[in-house]
Design a protein around this ligand. Structure first.
Ligand code: FMN
Length: 180
């Protein structure tokens, strides 16, 4: 199985989660972690599973304005936040909007603050909707991985992401078993 985990990340948390998901998927074959900027230059046609994730900003996927606000926030306050090397490029929303008609299997995830979803929103929901609109089949429900109010990953979330990747790999291998 060939999988790609496409991520957008400003402070690095979604990037870490993407790497952990790829580790979990690794048991089923190669899983490449690529930034959304790299994904825009890739041919995705040979990919068996496309996993797409980004941070929740203003209750949904990032926008140009929220990405700028995130960078400004990190620079203006001493919160110990670092900017991910991939930040500053293309956002997931624009990449997804530009994807042509597609097919194949996919899954969506996000990072969001550890509070009830009603208050935080959930970028993965929008990511999943756009993937479906382009023709992908979502193999699992969109998933969130949680950060603190200061945008640091909650303890245990990387391990949970690794297990989520393993679960995705199992879902696919179950589907590929011939029925008896
Ligand atoms: C401009 C801005 C808006 C945000 N809006 C939300 C929000 O609506 N809901 C939420 O749960 N988290 C929100 N957050 C927190 C982000 O979800 C958090 O910074 C992100 O998950 C960290 O991922 P990253 O390290 O990959 O950038 C916001 C953060 C920024 C900078």
């Amino acid at each position: 199985m060939k999988a790609a985990v496409v991520y957008e990340s400003i402070y690095g948390n979604t990037h870490s989660i993407a790497q952990a998901i790829a580790e979990g998927l690794g048991s089923a074959g190669a899983a490449h972690v690529v930034s959304v900027e790299e994904a825009a230059r890739m041919d995705l046609s040979g990919i068996d599973l496309l996993v797409v994730g980004g941070p929740t900003h203003a209750h949904g996927m990032t926008r140009t304005q929220t990405r700028h606000a995130a960078v400004q926030d990190a620079m203006s306050r001493d919160k110990g936040l670092t900017i991910d090397p991939s930040a500053g490029g293309l956002g997931l929303r624009d990449w997804l909007d530009a994807l042509g008609p597609s097919s194949g299997r996919a899954a969506a995830f996000d990072t969001r603050v550890d509070m009830p979803e009603l208050l935080t929103g959930h970028a993965a929901k929008g990511i999943g909707k756009k993937l479906k609109k382009h023709g992908f089949e979502l193999v699992v429900d969109p998933e969130s991985f949680l950060v603190t109010g200061d945008s640091g990953l909650l303890p245990g979330e990387q391990e949970r992401a690794r297990r989520w990747g393993e679960m995705l790999a199992m879902t696919l291998s179950d589907e590929q078993q011939p029925s008896t």
